[in-house]
Design a protein around this ligand. Structure first.
Ligand SMILES: [Zn+2]
Ligand SMILES: [Zn+2]
Length: 468
């Protein structure tokens, strides 16, 4: 009657795709992109072909080969049978790619449920980036593309904590959790076999641990028949970390210099954004943002709870990169970029360099060519405020970052606090919730949960786990 089948996030970090079936109701919990799985076969110059519709993704196991799930246009191109969708909903926990991005392939009739803030973030992402097949979460263009066709919008339903959703035989309660992106939720789902919990991505050492606590409390009281739980850092050493520490350390670093400062962080991490806004403010420095990141300000400032300034704010400068002629002419900037060119708060590299002690540049590795135009004297500062490299590709990027640092004589610092709970917190959460069975996902080391908890299921991809 009730079952769970895991199609992603199994022995890997991210790519969650969990099918929950109850009587005639079928929902997916997240439908994310599995980065490690994709990287096993593909890299920069070899990608799944769009010209083959959905075939490359299905054949190589990037998407589960399940009937009644995918877009008609992509199935047709792959010469596969086109069917009416057989899924009632997708519940999206948060806006990170490893949970959201492969919604891109789903049939347009499948409704997607997400938090209101999660929706704002996805809107910002859609507006800032070029359309590509693996990033068409909110809307998509039918393939083969006809330029005249308008994008097809998906059915999006938004919720907030406190809402109760009815989907077929299920009642779903989304509960906010603290993670490195706002609008993140866990779910308690009432099935005919009893309540099932899904954590999404969580932490207890972040800015608002109370949100995660609210989820734990609720889950604890419900006597869950199953808890689907993330375990990203279950094997990692516990260290002292918090957003406050990031703020304190960055403030110290910035306060001792009057030279150029670059801060490299993920703009979706609004806690981090606020941290660097504050560090800048406390040191009389305005935050310089890239044009692409300005879209996040545009959307996130609409949510008063997030306390994010709009692009017009006096503390915000938008960086204008060289394009076209390289002379910053109006005609060099096309499409969406145009709106930024003649703003009062848009600066090019030279203007930033002239005011180096008055700015904090939210610019990372991918903007390092700006350094060639800024020509910083040796002694500038680069704060890397993201996770340290954890795979080979990132190691190589790190070496490149170091080479740029050496070339321009820049000091590099590492200040970060993770979006994922520490191992001791994960174990404590399980102990507290004490579910009938634990399904560890979003981790390469699910077995570690067995050391402290007895009812740990060994999750095997594609195998249904039944409850009644
Ligand atoms: Zn994740
Ligand atoms: Zn996440």
């Amino acid at each position: 009657m009730t079952s769970l089948t895991f199609y992603g996030g199994v022995n890997e970090i991210g790519g969650n795709k969990i099918l929950l079936e109850d009587k005639d109701t079928k929902v997916f919990l997240d439908f994310g992109k599995g980065f490690s799985r994709r990287a096993k076969y593909f890299e920069e110059y070899i990608n799944p072909r769009v010209a083959n519709g959905i075939e490359d993704f299905l054949t190589m196991g990037l998407l589960p080969d399940v009937k009644g799930l995918y877009r008609d246009d992509l199935m047709k191109m792959a010469e596969r049978e086109v069917l009416e969708p057989d899924i009632d909903a997708v519940l999206l926990s948060h806006a990170h790619s490893d949970h959201a991005d492969y919604i891109s392939f789903l049939h347009k009739k499948i409704p997607i449920y997400m938090g209101e803030t999660c929706h704002l973030i996805l809107q910002a992402i859609e507006e800032r980036s070029n359309r590509q097949i693996e990033r068409e979460v909110l809307s998509y263009r039918e393939k083969p593309t006809n330029k005249k066709d308008e994008p097809i919008k998906r059915k999006i339903n938004t919720f907030r904590t406190g809402d109760k959703l009815r989907i077929g035989s299920l009642e779903v309660e989304p509960i906010h959790v603290d993670h490195s992106v706002p609008g993140a939720y866990g779910f308690i789902i009432y099935t005919s076999a009893g309540p099932i919990g899904y954590t999404g991505d969580i932490r207890l050492h972040g800015t608002i641990p109370q949100m995660t606590r609210d989820f734990i409390e609720r889950a604890k009281n419900e006597k869950l028949v199953a808890l689907i739980m993330e375990g990203t850092r279950i094997a990692d050493e516990v260290k002292d970390e918090s957003e406050e520490l990031v703020s304190k350390e960055s403030k110290n670093i910035v306060s001792t210099t009057n030279r150029l400062v670059l801060a490299d962080f993920n703009f979706k991490d609004v806690d981090r954004l606020r941290t660097f806004l504050k560090v800048g403010k406390d040191n009389d420095r305005k935050l310089v943002v890239k044009m692409n990141d300005a879209y996040f300000l545009k959307y996130l400032s609409k949510d008063p709870k997030l306390n994010v300034p709009d692009i017009d704010d006096e503390d915000i400068i938008i960086y204008l990169p060289k394009k076209g002629s390289g002379k910053y002419q109006d005609s060099d900037y096309k499409g969406r970029d145009k709106e930024f060119v003649s703003r009062h708060n848009t600066w090019n590299a030279q203007e930033i360099a002239r005011n180096e002690d008055k700015v904090l540049c939210a610019m990372g590795f991918y903007s390092f060519t700006a350094l060639i135009d800024m020509k910083p004297e040796p002694g500038a500062t680069y704060i890397h405020s993201a996770s340290e490299p954890y795979n080979e590709e990132q190691e190589i990027s790190q070496e490149r970052i170091n080479a740029w640092m050496d070339h321009f004589g820049i000091y590099k610092f590492q200040c970060h606090c993770s979006g994922h709970a520490r191992s001791k917190d994960l174990l404590q959460i399980v102990e507290e919730i004490n579910p009938h069975a634990l399904y560890p996902i979003h981790t390469e080391h699910p077995e570690i949960y067995k050391r402290t908890f007895k009812n740990v299921m060994e999750v095997i991809e594609g195998r249904p786990y039944s409850f009644l």
